[in-house]
Design a protein around this ligand. Structure first.
Ligand code: GCB
Length: 620
């Protein structure tokens, strides 16, 4: 223990006014309690659309902290002092740390960090020049996997849960002129009560793996806005809503290039909504028309490129702009040989070029919200998306705190991407056993998605009901589109079950086969039932595609998966830490034989749809 009067600061917790002594927590486990308060979420997320941001990307000082010493010993409170001036020993000296680039996954930086799971500290100096009176400054973190705690000049400002959605923390009033010390503690520990829980089939990347930036904003600013066709209006009405940072009254304006001159939106209590008679050219994959949209309030303005489209279901059909569509898709993870979960624009464009080479008009972004550029570029190149939150496998469905985490991630995803025309489906979960607790949890999520966003459909990747051998998940009643994962031909060698299942089912709603597939090591050849060969994967695709084409309610599919991806739980000689179900190997270049099979099938489907008076390929 330090001597009386040692040079350690005593820290006042801003939320509790509790006095924390740095050595209090060496011998107890309550050290993290104070940081569970002050959690931020969707309610204070600020749109970055069209804003000039001050990037905080680049090298940050970095240290892993597996024992949470930084929280226990209040490292954040220690002013950096040269070692020559210490009067007591320290365990913390960020000036001497290694550095890590933001954005990145720490796992990809050094071999000794490859499998690291736990806490880590990012520290950097923020030089602040005060702007105009009343200016507000907001920190925007693109993503921190999984949990983050933010400190400025030794003060805890807030925490966030959820690995793949953005969050904001206001720094106004805490910044001082000149250098400031910004610290973000990030923890990628897997926990049973979180979303996802401990067990997933993807690699547990950690870190500040999407951009971090500062927003300089006026005293009252635009926090959120939405511009979309009113469902059921015959494509002739556009709704514009705006939410401000504060509950003030006034007038915002909206302008749409080539469609609408600046038009007032009355704002009361910080919120405004107008419906306008407008008939924009519609967005579709064949014609991905986007309009420049600008909203202003006072001196603040935001801008975006937005497409207008209507997505709906009618019985077992899916309608885009009132016309039948079938979703020719593929699933994809965010994963890269060199960069892990950090996606650059070039990587996203390559993903989409490969999907288009397959003949896709649709992708399932599995199993968590992807980089926001994924949705923006899909709008631009004409691809429809299924975007989902990681309510994956057996999460703690009976735990209200787990629900709060899932609901917040869903709300953050919707706030972030609700102006993206290509995003047509919100996925509220993947392969969750049909228990009462799960039904209540996910039905609430589906209702939340609809309440927050009436312009999209709600789905989930369901399991087969093995007792009735049918599509009979009770959650289906709460979904617009039923996703179904099935692995006939792979985990279950025979395809008879698939035929039986399809014949037994009368879902009354459109079904998208959200996963099927088989592992194949690129270049490995063999017989059709020789597992892990390209020939076996190819045979699985041929049989699956032939059988699925017989079910008229199957209105789309997203086979598993575009690229091989890392996952620690796969350790055979064929896998060595990789899921090998990619149609393309992890180099993102080497196409396996099944790629051509799916491409030919999608080409036939597209041709059949384009030819009038013929049945779609899938129902022939
Ligand atoms: C699934 C999961 C997916 C896995 C896949 C597999 O059903 O939804 O996350 O990676 O199967 O390869 O087994």
């Amino acid at each position: 223990m330090p001597a009386e009067g040692a040079d350690r600061a005593t820290v006042v917790d801003p939320y509790d006014h509790l006095v924390v002594d740095p050595y209090d927590h060496l011998h107890d486990e309550s050290y993290a309690d104070a940081f569970a308060r002050g959690r931020v979420g969707a309610a204070i997320l600020v749109t970055v659309a069209g804003r000039t941001v001050e990037p905080l990307d680049g090298e940050w000082r970095f240290a892993i902290d597996p024992h949470d010493e930084g929280l226990r010993q209040t490292w954040y409170a220690d002013e950096p002092v040269p070692a020559s001036e210490w009067t007591v020993p320290r365990d913390y000296d960020d000036g001497s740390w290694q550095t890590a680039p933001v954005p990145s996954c720490w796992n990809m930086l050094r071999p000794e960090w490859r499998y690291y799971e736990g806490g880590a500290w990012y520290t950097r100096t923020l030089d602040h020049t005060p702007g105009e009176a009343g200016e507000r400054i907001v920190l925007h973190v693109g993503a921190a996997a999984y949990e983050a705690r933010v400190f400025l000049n030794g003060t805890f400002l807030g925490a966030h849960r959820g690995a793949s959605t953005p969050f904001c923390i206001e720094l106004t009033g805490h910044l001082r002129p000149g250098p400031n010390r910004l610290q973000i503690q990030v923890d990628n520990g897997r926990r049973g009560d979180r979303v996802p829980m401990r067990h997933t089939d993807w690699f547990n990347y950690g870190g500040l793996y999407r951009s971090v930036a500062l927003l300089r904003l006026p005293p009252v600013f635009i926090r959120d806005f939405g511009v979309a066709l009113v469902p059921g209006s015959g494509f002739r009405r556009v709704a514009v809503d705006v939410a401000l940072s504060d509950p003030v009254d006034g007038t915002a304006t909206v302008a749409i290039d080539g469609l609408l001159p600046p038009t007032p939106i009355p704002v009361s209590g910080g919120r405004g909504r107008v419906e306008l008679d407008l008939a924009p050219e519609l967005w579709s994959p064949d014609s991905p028309r986007l309009y420049g949209v600008t909203l202003r309030f006072g001196t603040d303005s935001v801008a975006d490129r937005i497409g207008f489209r209507e997505i709906a279901v009618a019985g077992e059909r899916i309608l885009l702009n009132g016309r039948d569509i079938t979703l020719r898709g593929v699933s994809v993870h965010e994963d890269d040989l060199l960069h892990g979960k950090t996606s650059g624009e070039a990587d996203i464009r390559r993903r989409y070029a490969d999907a288009k080479a397959l003949g896709c008009n649709f992708l399932r972004l599995a199993h968590y919200p992807h980089d926001p550029r994924a949705a923006a570029i899909a709008d631009e190149v004409g691809l429809m998306l299924w975007s989902e939150i990681p309510v994956y496998w057996a999460i703690d469905f009976a735990n209200p705190d787990t629900y709060e985490d899932a609901a917040n991630q869903l709300a953050e995803l919707i706030a972030r991407d609700r102006n993206r025309a290509g995003t047509i489906l919100w996925g509220v979960g993947n392969e969750n056993a049909d228990t009462d607790a799960r039904l209540s949890f996910m039905a609430r999520l589906a209702a939340l998605a609809r309440r927050l966003d009436p312009t999209r459909l709600v789905t989930a990747a369901c399991l087969i009901d093995r007792e009735r051998f049918a599509i009979a998940d009770r959650l289906a009643a709460h979904l617009d589109v039923i996703g179904l994962n099935e692995y006939f031909g792979w985990y279950e060698p025979s395809f008879d079950g698939l035929r039986r299942l399809l014949a037994n089912s009368a879902p009354g709603k459109p079904v998208v086969i959200s996963e099927f597939g088989a592992d194949a090591v690129a270049g490995l050849r063999g017989g059709e039932r020789e597992l892990f060969t390209e020939d076996c994967q190819e045979a699985v695709y041929r049989e699956q595609l032939a059988i699925l084409a017989t079910a008229s309610y199957v209105r789309g599919m997203t086979p598993w998966i575009l690229y091989d991806f890392r996952t620690e739980r796969r350790q055979t000689a064929f896998q060595r830490g990789w899921n090998r179900k990619g149609l393309i190997a992890e180099d993102k270049t080497t196409r396996k034989r099944a790629f051509a099979v799916l491409a030919a099938h999608y080409r036939a489907m597209a041709d059949a749809e384009a030819t009038p008076h013929t049945e779609p390929a899938k129902s022939r």
